[in-house]
Write a protein that binds this ligand. Structure first.
Ligand SMILES: CC(C)(COP(=O)(O)OP(=O)(O)OC[C@H]1O[C@@H](n2cnc3c(N)ncnc32)[C@H](O)[C@@H]1OP(=O)(O)O)[C@@H](O)C(=O)NCCC(=O)NCCS
Length: 166
């Protein structure tokens, strides 16, 4: 099936509601309450240290990633692609974009947590070079465990230097 053209851009106010709904339906599904409600997403859009990236298809939010940039660590807080657009490479394109930004900012590693039973996400991150770092009991609402994964960026940075073939 042909891949619908998409573009990556920073999120705007018009994306807030859709990001929050995608979070509820694709990430927080089955958990009590709704933690990434529109007000919290709006706060992330305004935060200086947070990047909210969107994959845009004809003006609609097809995917998004909320990433916090620290001094040495970038942390992917929330990330999803709508089911109709999954397995078209949009997720990889967003992570590549974020990793390039992290390298430019001098970040040396990326982390992400996911529900321990989210095998699709684990497989996705593994294909991108993330490795299992920690199993965290009760991470979600003191009930559900999480897996923390990490990707070191030094090797990636070295491979971008002219003449290096890491
Ligand atoms: C995880 C997620 C963001 C991946 O987005 P995506 O755009 O579908 O990913 P891509 O198309 O770039 O996939 C790249 C590769 O990752 C792996 N992958 C992606 N989804 C997978 C799945 N469901 N099962 C196994 N491997 C998968 C595959 O190797 C895939 O390459 P292929 O399609 O050529 O086999 C998407 O499945 C999603 O939104 N899931 C629901 C929300 C979620 O779990 N978010 C992450 C929480 S941290």
């Amino acid at each position: 099936m042909p891949v619908t053209p998409y573009r990556l851009r920073l999120a705007e106010n018009g994306d807030i509601q859709e990001i929050a709904v995608m979070s509820r339906c694709l990430i927080e599904v089955g958990l009590r309450g709704w933690t990434w409600h529109p007000t919290r997403v709006a706060r992330a859009l305004r935060a200086r240290e947070t990047c909210v990236l969107v994959a845009d298809i004809r003006g609609r939010t097809a995917g998004f990633a909320i990433t916090e940039f620290g001094d040495t660590r970038a942390h992917l807080s929330l990330f999803a692609v709508k089911p109709a657009h999954q397995r078209h490479g949009i997720g990889v394109a967003m992570i590549d974009w974020l990793i390039e930004s992290a390298l430019t900012a001098g970040i040396d590693h990326f982390t992400v947590e996911m529900r321990a039973n989210n095998f699709a996400a684990r497989s996705f991150y593994e294909t991108l070079g993330f490795r299992h770092q920690q199993y965290i009991n009760g991470y979600y609402q003191n009930i559900e465990p999480a897996i923390r994964m990490r990707r070191d960026l030094q090797q990636h940075a070295a491979s971008r230097e002219p003449g290096k073939t890491v």
